[in-house]
Design a protein around this ligand. Structure first.
Ligand SMILES: [Zn+2]
Length: 385
């Protein structure tokens, strides 16, 4: 299912191709987040036009609304939302542990109250895999326990043990035809726990491996460290996925650390704050300095928004709360992420990734800095996108 085509000589970056029931995916790849069966503000045609090859859906949210009866009757999520290409589904573990009101953690899952109406629900390895089977995703994720940043070593150890046990249970569940299942490595920023968890999960044998427990509010150096502590224990011949990351500069740096797959809500979330990503960093389109700027968001950008509209017009739309404004910023930002990954793949194919990385980082003002100044810092993965 995964062909490792090339490995970079200056870093751990890899060029690969992933085969799924709904098509092949060139890696490194960015996966736009469609938590609630929609990538916020974008329709499938726009996603296809900007080069999207796989999107994310979410087990927790979809199981609550529209619910499994509707998804079953619709013939799965691809048909329900009219998306023809691959879908990866998150297992719901992250949402249960971060969103829901947990009642009781039990041997085979978690009893919790819905964040929506307080109804009592239960989700565990068996239930999560069954939902993902009904959804019909191309890649299902195991149900894991993702502790928050700042959890004590004892809590992280308990989460790792639960994650390993639940992964084994997920492994035994029936799958949708051709569905791949990825294991998840937890362990916070504890090297020994990361290694232990990675060895156990890899020992069970999955189609790919995710580095979980990142993008949970930890500082950037800690996030990089967690990836560096995990990567050496993942098999080279299978895809690696860093969950919920990251800023454009972080994506470049994570590719250099051997990661192949990414998902992040930032492109569409910051769009709703009036922020656009450019090769020089994130810029506020709402800012007064764009009032009479009749250039596109970024010169040379081939997205629908930059081909047609000026910063001055988009700023106006945002200021008067016209939906078109946030739609066009979502188009540009998502296109920017997808184009960045395409550029990374081209540089890997032509063996110039080292130079690409150096140049990109040199020009890019860290998103963190810009967003902090705007008071909209990167928050942990928000399932509502
Ligand atoms: Zn653009």
């Amino acid at each position: 299912m995964f062909d490792l085509l090339k490995t970079d000589s200056t870093s751990k970056a890899r060029l690969g191709r992933l085969t799924t029931p709904h098509g092949t995916i060139d890696t490194p790849v960015f996966m736009p987040v469609g938590t609630q069966a929609s990538v916020k503000a974008l329709d499938p045609r726009e996603l296809l036009e900007m080069g999207t090859r796989i999107i994310l859906g979410n087990t927790y949210h979809l199981s609550i609304r529209p619910g499994m009866d509707i998804l079953r009757a619709a013939g799965g999520l691809h048909r329900f939302m009219n998306w023809p290409l691959p879908i990866l589904t998150d297992s719901g573990g992250f949402q249960v542990f971060s969103l829901a009101k947990i009642r009781k953690i039990q041997a085979h899952g978690v009893q919790f109250r819905s964040h929506l109406d307080g109804s009592l629900l239960f989700l565990g390895p068996k239930e999560s895999m069954e939902i993902q089977r009904t959804i019909g995703s191309d890649i299902a994720m195991v149900f894991d326990d993702c502790p928050p940043h700042g959890a004590t070593p004892r809590e992280v150890r308990a989460a790792v043990e639960r994650t390993m046990r639940w992964a084994a249970e997920c492994r035994e569940q029936p799958r949708a035809p051709g569905q791949h299942v990825f294991g998840i490595v937890q362990g916070g920023s504890h090297a020994a726990l990361r290694e232990e968890c990675a060895r156990a999960i890899v020992g069970l044998g999955f189609d790919g491996y995710a580095i979980g427990g990142v993008s949970v509010g930890e500082p950037e150096p800690e996030m990089f460290l967690a990836v560096e502590q995990t990567e050496p224990f993942l098999p080279a011949g299978q895809p690696r996925y860093a969950m919920g990351l990251g800023t454009p500069a972080q994506l470049v740096e994570l590719v250099a650390r051997g990661v192949d797959m990414f998902d992040c809500v930032l492109p569409t979330r910051v769009a709703r704050n009036g922020t656009a990503f450019t090769t020089q960093g994130a810029v506020s389109i709402k800012g007064g300095f764009n009032k009479a700027d009749f250039r596109p968001i970024e010169e040379g950008c081939e997205c629908f928004a930059c081909q047609r509209f000026t910063r001055a017009y988009l700023r106006h739309l945002l200021n008067v709360n016209e939906i078109l404004g946030l739609r066009m910023l979502s188009v540009h930002n998502s296109h920017f992420y997808l184009k960045l990954m395409a550029d990374i793949r081209h540089s890997l194919a032509s063996e110039t990734f080292g130079e690409f990385r150096r140049r990109f980082i040199a020009h890019y003002v860290p998103t963190r800095k810009v967003l902090r100044e705007r008071g909209a810092g990167q928050r942990p993965r928000d399932p509502a996108g």
